[in-house]
Ligand binder design. Structure first.
Ligand code: TYM
Length: 324
């Protein structure tokens, strides 16, 4: 198998949910364990684009660090670091800002959604978010970027940036693929027309205790609109396909075909499987959060490794564009 160079990140904004896990983190661990060259980071600078509180930001960053490690990221195998520790990311983002037309940034779906959601704080960082993301990615010249479906548009923009840069200044960056597999979208439990996000009762958090998982799933919307297959039910099946057993999936699919599907039974089974799947994760994460110095040490070591690569890439780029 040819070794790929993989880069991806997760924002530092509260506890992660099963969407983040299935769309991103689980793939990170698999790719790492297949022996690819992996760079994984916490996008704490991106966390500043939506309203935040300093104390909570620090706490959330450590929380996400513990989540990565408890889920199986091994700092001996992957380069694991904080985005803000590598100053080169912000410099490269500025260079890309000067290369990207405003119109490309304005048409990004996430920008349009967030600008609607945070009308009181449509800051410039929200608009130039993809330039920083392109810098995060291209800095390490990856061949693949594992993300959930909602981030595909941003990875595509990073490819556009790579192409533009190469065209203008000579071949510097490979154009990374979004990923090797089909990107995934897990939907909200309370409004299955929306993607699962980090707020409210709509998200199953990786930290949720069994009772909480059960409570949230019980409330999950299963109603269908005008006889169409219910998006909520399909979302529950999608989760069962990832967390349940083959025979459970077959059993509930059969029941669905025979119109005898009991949502309460499906939800109970799913709750049990999800709770079991993350039991060890929860215990490990708790233990890691009790050792903040250890987490800081790991992130410091990761930053040293990432910095060496980032400094060399930035040097090459500066040379190409004529910065002394
Ligand atoms: P973030 O923190 O919003 O999400 C982290 C990862 O989780 C995926 N994801 C989902 N996948 C499936 N279903 C969902 N409901 C769901 N919700 C979130 C996201 O697609 C993402 O892969 N901009 C990025 C962070 C970032 C980054 C990067 C990623 C910064 N620089 C460079 C890759 C490369 C973000 O906001 O992720």
């Amino acid at each position: 198998m040819e070794k790929q160079t993989i880069v991806s990140g997760i924002r530092a904004s509260g506890s992660l949910h099963v969407g983040n896990y299935l769309g991103a983190l689980k793939q990170f661990v698999e790719l790492q364990n297949q022996g690819h060259h992996c760079y994984f980071f916490i996008a704490d600078l991106h966390g500043l684009t939506t309203p935040f509180e300093p104390k909570k930001l620090s706490k959330d960053t450590l929380d996400v660090a513990a989540t990565y490690l408890a889920a199986g990221i091994d700092p001996k195998k992957s380069v694991f670091f904080l985005q803000n520790h590598i100053l080169e990311h912000a410099t490269l983002a500025w260079i890309f800002n000067c290369l990207l037309p405003l119109s490309e940034l304005e048409r990004m779906t996430q920008y349009k959604d967030k600008a609607k959601q945070h009308k009181e704080n449509i800051n410039a960082g929200l608009l130039t978010y993809p330039a920083l993301m392109a810098a995060d990615i291209l800095m390490y010249k990856p061949t693949a970027v594992p993300v959930g479906e909602d981030q595909v548009q941003h990875v595509e923009l990073a490819r556009v940036v790579a192409r533009k840069f190469n065209h203008k200044f000579g071949k510097t960056f490979p154009e990374p693929h979004t990923f090797l597999r089909k990107p995934l979208r897990i939907m909200s439990l309370s409004d299955p027309a929306k993607k699962m996000s980090k707020t409210g009762d709509e998200a199953l958090l990786l930290d949720d205790e069994p009772k909480e998982i059960s409570r949230k799933l019980k409330k999950a919307v299963t109603a269908s609109e005008s006889g169409k297959a219910s998006a909520g039910v399909e979302n529950l099946f999608l989760l069962l396909e990832h967390f349940g057993k083959q025979e459970q999936i077959a059993y509930f699919r059969d029941a669905q075909r025979n119109n005898s599907l009991k949502f309460s039974e499906l939800k109970e089974t799913l709750a049990k499987e999800v709770a079991g799947y993350f039991a060890e994760f929860r215990a490990q994460k708790k233990a890691l959060l009790e050792q903040p110095e250890y987490l800081a040490e790991i992130l410091g070591e990761g930053a040293r490794k990432a910095r060496t690569v980032a400094q060399s890439t930035l040097q090459e780029i500066k040379h190409r564009i004529g910065l002394l």
